[in-house]
Design a protein around this ligand. Structure first.
Ligand code: ADP
Ligand code: MG
Length: 316
């Protein structure tokens, strides 16, 4: 079965006065995708989400969701999408249930349907136990869960989540992702922004935007093989190295090493492709004063975004 194109972003430009928030951005998202939209703060991520939710007028290009134009057919778009904004937009003085009732009715749900959907979504997200609690007193993770529940009440086909896990503890983050993966398994399309690389790795396609321009688009696998990340004459390796963090700058000066970073006690380096493993092991073992086993590795998403950003900043 061929997946359908759900989101079309076609040469979108959006300015606010003299600020260009999006410049000629184009890509598509297919049904069932978990599309990760990444980039530094101020790069235009939230702006694009607001464009796609039918909340902003464009200065150029066009955008559509499920075949409906985001500028001209905003009502059709809004009925079919869920939007979880970057900042907690619920009413802290209302209870969990009251917030769901309010949002459900804003989405046009009638009484009986609203009750059924609150039961269904509330029990799925385990929110019913907090029905009578004031929303403002929930922890960060539960606030986000309630925010997600409110965006799901009208059973949207496409869900936009703007940094849904920022400021949320790791356990709550993992739980929220379990829910997101279930939504994707139901065939919903998810469009998500995040600064967490582990979350980026869970998305099946990624876009990287850097100060209004889309710099890269593809699967994590495709991005790690971009020439700017892994030049053709190089490869990535990893090895356990004593005091790796303290000795990174020393490691970076060793022969055949182009660049690298450290994860815990692991040195993660880009080296000349034509250098044999034994030669590398000899160099690193001598440097460490202890035997080193070199393993093949691949670029991380962090390597990808650092390389893309540096390339852009150097004006290449
Ligand atoms: P991100 O979500 O990637 O952090 P945003 O989309 O929020 O970025 O912002 C992109 C740029 O547009 C920033 O320079 C921001 O200050 C500007 N911007 C966003 N919304 C508005 C607005 N309503 N009025 C003026 N400038 C805005
Ligand atoms: Mg934002």
């Amino acid at each position: 079965m061929c997946p359908e194109t759900t989101i079309v972003v076609d040469n979108v430009t959006k300015t606010f006065g003299h600020i260009t928030a999006l410049k000629d951005v184009s890509f598509t998202v297919q049904q069932g995708d978990i599309f990760g939209f990444l980039g530094p703060n101020g790069s235009g991520k939230s702006t694009l989400i607001r464009v796609l939710c039918g909340m902003l007028k464009l200065n150029g290009g066009r955008a559509s969701v499920l075949g409906f134009d985001c500028e001209r057919e905003t009502e059709q778009v809004k009925r079919r999408i869920g939007y979880m904004p970057q900042r907690f937009a619920l009413y802290p003085d209302l209870t969990v249930r009251e917030n769901m009732e309010l949002y459900g009715s804003l989405y046009g749900l009638k009484r009986d349907e609203l009750r059924t959907r609150i039961e269904k979504v509330g029990s799925w997200l385990e929110l019913l136990q907090y029905s009578r609690q004031l929303s403002g007193t929930l922890s960060g993770g539960w606030k986000q869960r309630l925010s997600l529940a409110c965006s799901l009440l009208h059973d949207p086909q496409v869900i936009f989540l703007d940094e849904p896990t920022s400021g949320v503890d790791p356990v709550a983050r993992a739980e929220l992702w379990t829910i997101l993966l279930e939504l994707a398994a139901q065939g919903k399309t998810l469009f998500i922004t995040t600064h967490y690389m582990d979350e980026a790795g869970r998305c099946n396609r990624l876009g990287y935007v850097y100060f209004s321009r889309l710099l890269a688009l593809g699967t994590a696998e495709e991005l790690t093989h971009l020439p700017v990340v892994t030049p053709p004459d190089t490869r990535w390796i990893e090895f356990v190295y004593p005091s790796a963090a303290q000795e990174l700058s020393f490691l970076l000066k060793l022969p055949h090493v182009r660049k690298g970073t450290v994860f815990g006690n692991n040195a993660h380096l880009l080296v000349d492709a034509n250098t044999e493993r034994v030669e590398l092991e000899h160099i690193f073992s001598k440097a460490a004063g202890t035997p080193i086993n070199v393993m093949d590795a691949r670029a991380t998403l962090e390597d990808v975004f650092v390389a893309l950003t540096k390339e852009r900043d150097s004006g290449v």
